[in-house]
Design a protein around this ligand. Structure first.
Ligand code: AMP
Length: 310
């Protein structure tokens, strides 16, 4: 089941304790698309400027991502983000955000992009997320990500966007900020009451939790001894999670079991992403490596034995 994604296509300048990179390919839609491309056909919607290179587009094409709805804006500048991480890779400072071509962007989706059954509204201005959502009224599964910036400056529009989707994928801190509830489960329950059926709370190096009306599930992050750059981990998680769901929806309905397996795939994809800078690791990734690591994650999280009694 093909997937359409709208979100940032970016140049990122990133510094971590383990090195730095200038203007590498990034953006929420890019990280998502590369991860999801291991499961299904992905179509990316979003603008870039004159400065966006063919080499960068080729990275997406290599993974057979459909780039025909990436709009090149003459005279425009590609979205730019600069961030820095300290020893605690869970917290980062955003040093610069230049919206560039996203200012004044009106998404025009081709009939192919409108015909996808699965839609991911990656982190971008919530008005744009709603415009794209409205163009795929019959999608079977729609998921959304966002960030503190939009909760701060466009909360009403974001809440309306959330009301129109099946699944919300946010950091735990963002869920708390969005709802004003300090407890993660209460926060997730509140967002469930707005309309979505599925909430995923991303918890950085501690993993991710899944909350639905009927069930709760949680996975740790895959344990790695070397984490180099967490940029894009959240979007890569979303790509593995939504990509897996899109693939399974071909032959089954959305169920708790499917969502749990999707969590394992999201966790696995994200773990590869953080091993190197930007998209460097994921572009070399193979399906065999993904399958092997999902199996390892299953072993790591398995336990048996009856509860101890007195
Ligand atoms: P993540 O680490 O998963 O939160 O995503 C990082 C990616 O999000 C980077 O590649 C950035 O280009 C992109 N990004 C950062 N800030 C924004 C923003 N305000 N709007 C859209 N994308 C952003």
């Amino acid at each position: 089941m093909s997937i359409t994604v709208v979100g940032s296509i970016a140049y990122d300048t990133v510094k971590t304790p383990f090195g730095e990179r200038e203007r590498m390919l990034g953006g929420a839609a890019v990280h998502f698309a590369l991860a999801a491309s291991f499961f299904e056909q992905v179509r990316v919607v979003g603008p870039v400027g004159d400065d966006f290179g063919e080499t960068e587009l080729e990275v997406l094409r290599q993974r057979e991502v459909d780039v025909s709805d990436i709009e090149r804006v003459p005279g425009g500048k590609t979205f730019f983000w600069r961030g820095e991480y300290g020893w605690d890779l869970n917290s980062r400072a955003t040093l610069d955000t230049q919206l560039g071509v996203f200012e004044g962007f009106a998404p025009k989706l081709s009939s192919d992009s409108r015909s996808s059954d699965v839609l991911f509204l990656a982190n971008i201005q919530p008005d744009l997320q709603r415009e794209v959502r409205a163009q795929l009224p019959d999608a079977r599964f729609v998921a959304l990500d966002s960030m503190n910036l939009w909760i701060d400056i466009a909360r009403d529009s974001l809440v309306q966007a959330i009301e129109s989707v099946d699944c919300v994928i946010l950091n735990d801190a963002e869920l708390r900020q969005l709802t004003g509830k300090p407890n993660l489960f209460s926060a997730a329950r509140e967002v469930l009451s707005w309309g979505p059926r599925v909430i995923v709370a991303k918890q950085g190096e501690y993993g991710a939790a899944l909350v639905t009306a009927e069930s709760f599930f949680s996975l740790p992050a895959f344990p790695l001894e070397s984490v180099i750059d967490p940029t894009g981990a959240g979007d890569t998680f979303a790509g593995g999670f939504v990509g897996y769901i899109a693939q399974r929806l071909r032959s089954e309905e959305l169920s708790d079991g499917l969502l749990r397996a999707a969590m394992a795939n999201g966790t696995t994809l994200a773990s590869f992403n953080v091993e190197e800078f930007g998209t460097e690791r994921v572009v070399r990734l193979t399906e065999q490596e993904i399958v092997a690591r999902v199996q390892e994650l299953r072993e790591i999280t398995r336990f048996s034995g009856a509860p101890a009694t007195g």
